[in-house]
Structure formats: structure tokens, C-alpha cells
Design a protein around this ligand. Structure first.
Ligand code: 13P
Length: 341
């Protein structure tokens, strides 16, 4: 079960933020035993000023401030048969006693396998959908909150995930951006809509090799972040840190075996945190957990976990091996030790 332990080293705790304005329907909806994350707050009207500049903060170096917990996700992508998913679930369940308690863990099966996994995977693991739908041409922020169920063949709505009590959704994965043409704008709208339906979101951002080589890495990821921040109302910022996880996944490192160096990851993560501090709020910057994804495996995770601004991993290929995935989760202990917690 995801148990958001009380933060250990902070003065203000976003995990204690309650979602008092949530609709009755949302208030009564139980996330079951699999989600202790603060739910998104329903709010309408005033648009956030997230795009506007705020006073420049000092460098923000507070790790996992919001929940105090490392977070590791397994993105199973478009993989699995009934038999292989069953086997993976069994292996993961077998590993539960070995997985450190100080780590939040989620698994993202395909939509087809999601109900089976939710039913059979130990509640130590949360389940996470790989996507949810929102209409591209919604421009009025009010409409993010309209239903997205209906005549959208082949899609899955946030409402359905809410109904199935799926606590997390992965949004903006680079494979969807590059192969399916998802724009920054669409990803931002998806995030807002999913949060409105009480889902915690893992938003993927990251640059291509070409962008890294031509020196536009930060232009790209700040633009991706801005599209998300723009869609989140100011009043929702208080729950951002506990309900929005950023996954930095450089495209050139995904599935290539070419993991980014610890220095490259630390540089980007700390700039993401500073961007959040300047453009959203310092509290959000401290509270937001930033995962690294891209060829993470059981052998390289410890080196990366030592970095102060890495709050977890989003794992593709290696998450299909339950034993390896459990080992990656346990990099949390390396992280806490390295950052003195
Ligand atoms: P790999 O770990 O296979 O590189 O995939 C990373 C990823 O895309 C996770 O979302």
C-alpha cells in the first residue's frame, strides 16, 4: 500500500493539505487501499498565474519534501500476455517483503491488463494507467471539467480510471508525444482533467538527442512544464507536490541502454526544481518529486539514486523483471543515506 509517511524534515507539509472543495462524489469515492496521495482539488474560475514570473528564489534543494518518500514506477508499456502478466504479478508479490518500506511504488500495465493487475497485485504496489483522454480543442478552462466520456473511439477517460479506483495516470510519455503527436498543450489539458478527477499524475518530459546536441534541452523541458503549469489553477498548487510527479526522461536514453550520467540528470532535475520555484511556487518546487527515466536498471540505479534531486525512477524494460524492479525500488535506501535522511 502506498503509505504517505509524515514528512521528516520539513516545516510545512503539503501532504497534510486536505481537498476540502472536492465534490461530494469525489469526496465519497474511496481510493481503496492503494492510494494515500492527496487528491486533486476541484476549482474553477481563476486561472493560475503559473506562467508569470515570481521573485527569484534561492536554489531549492529539498528532496521529496512533499511526501518525504522516494517513488519508483514500472512502465510496462505495450507489453504482456495474460500468462506473462500473471507471472510478473506473482514475482512482484513474492518480492514484497524485500521491498523497502520507505519507497512508493506504482506499476503501469496496459489498459487491458489493468483490472487483472489491480485485483491481483499486492496492495504494496499502486496501479497506474498509461494514458487518459481529453479533447484537443477544449480551450475554455471550464471545459476541462466536463465529461470526456462519449464518442471517442479507442480512448479511456479519466472518469473511467476514477470509477475503477486507479489512483495514478502517466501522461505525456515521449512515445505518445513522438509517435502519436501529443502536443505540450494536450498534455497540459490531460493533466488538469485527470487531477480534477482525483488522479495523481506522473507527467513525462524530456528532450530528444537532437535537442540536447543543439543546446535546447532546457527550452524544450521548460516549455513542456509551462504547458502543465498553465493548466493548473492557482488554488490547486497546494496539492501539486503530492499529486503531480515529474518524470524526466530524455528520449535518447529511453530503451537505448544509454543511461544519462548522474551529472546530466542532477543538472536537469535541479533546473526543473528551480523552474517550479520561479514559475509556480517555492513550496511546489520543494514538494514535487522528480523521477529519472531512461535505461534505468538494477545495476545503474544506485549511482543515480545518490543524487539529491532524484526522487525516484520511472523504469521501462527493467520493470518487466519483477526481481530487478524490486532491486531498483530499494535504491531508495541509497538515496536516503546519500542525502542524510
Ligand atoms: P527504459 O527503462 O526501457 O529505457 O524506458 C524508460 C521509460 O520510457 C519509462 O517510461
Amino acid at each position: 500500500m502506498l503509505t504517505a509517511a509524515p514528512p521528516t524534515t520539513r516545516t510545512s507539509s503539503p501532504t497534510t493539505t486536505t481537498t476540502t472543495t472536492m465534490s461530494a462524489r469525489r469526496r465519497t469515492m474511496s481510493m481503496g487501499s492503494s492510494c494515500a496521495f492527496v487528491r486533486a482539488t476541484k476549482s474553477r474560475g481563476t486561472r493560475g498565474s503559473a506562467g508569470g514570473r515570481r521573485s527569484a528564489p534561492s536554489t531549492v534543494r529539498v528532496v521529496s519534501e512533499g511526501t518525504g518518500r522516494f517513488i519508483v514506477g514500472g512502465n510496462w508499456k505495450c507489453n504482456g500476455t495474460r500468462a506473462s502478466v500473471k507471472e510478473l504479478v506473482q514475482t512482484l508479490n513474492k518480492n514484497v517483503p524485500q521491498i523497502e518500506k520507505n519507497c512508493d511504488v506504482f506499476c503501469c500495465p496496459t489498459f487491458l491488463h489493468l483490472p487483472y493487475v489491480k485485483e491481483n497485485l499486492d496492495s504494496r504496489f499502486s496501479v497506474c494507467a498509461q494514458n487518459s483522454w481529453v479533447e484537443a480543442d477544449l480551450v475554455d478552462p471550464e471545459h476541462h471539467y466536463d465529461s470526456t466520456t462519449g464518442a471517442f473511439t479507442g480512448e479511456i477517460s479519466a472518469e473511467m480510471l476514477e470509477d475503477l479506483e486507479v489512483p495514478f495516470v502517466l501522461l505525456g510519455h515521449s512515445e505518445r508525444r513522438t509517435l502519436l503527436g501529443e502536443t505540450d498543450e494536450i498534455v497540459g489539458k490531460k493533466v488538469a482533467h485527470a487531477r480534477y478527477h482525483g488522479l495523481s499524475v506522473v507527467v513525462c518530459i524530456g528532450e530528444s538527442l537532437e535537442e540536447r546536441e543543439n543546446g535546447t534541452t532546457f527550452d524544450v523541458i521548460f516549455k513542456q512544464l509551462k504547458a502543465v503549469a498553465k493548466e493548473i489553477d492557482d488554488r490547486e498548487h497546494s496539492s501539486w507536490g503530492s499529486s503531480v510527479v515529474i518524470a524526466y526522461e530524455p528520449i535518447w536514453a529511453i530503451g537505448t541502454g544509454k543511461v544519462a550520467t548522474p551529472e546530466q540528470v542532477q543538472e536537469v532535475h535541479s533546473k526543473i526544481r528551480n523552474w517550479l520555484a520561479e514559475n509556480v511556487s517555492e513550496d511546489v518546487a520543494k514538494a514535487t518529486r522528480i523521477q529519472y527515466g531512461g535505461s534505468v536498471n538494477a545495476s545503474n540505479c544506485a549511482d543515480l539514486a545518490k543524487l539529491s534531486d532524484i526522487d525516484g525512477f520511472l523504469v521501462g524494460g527493467a520493470s518487466l523483471n519483477g526481481d530487478d524492479f524490486a532491486a531498483i525500488c530499494n535504491a531508495s535506501s541509497v538515496h536516503y543515506k546519500a542525502v542524510g535522511r
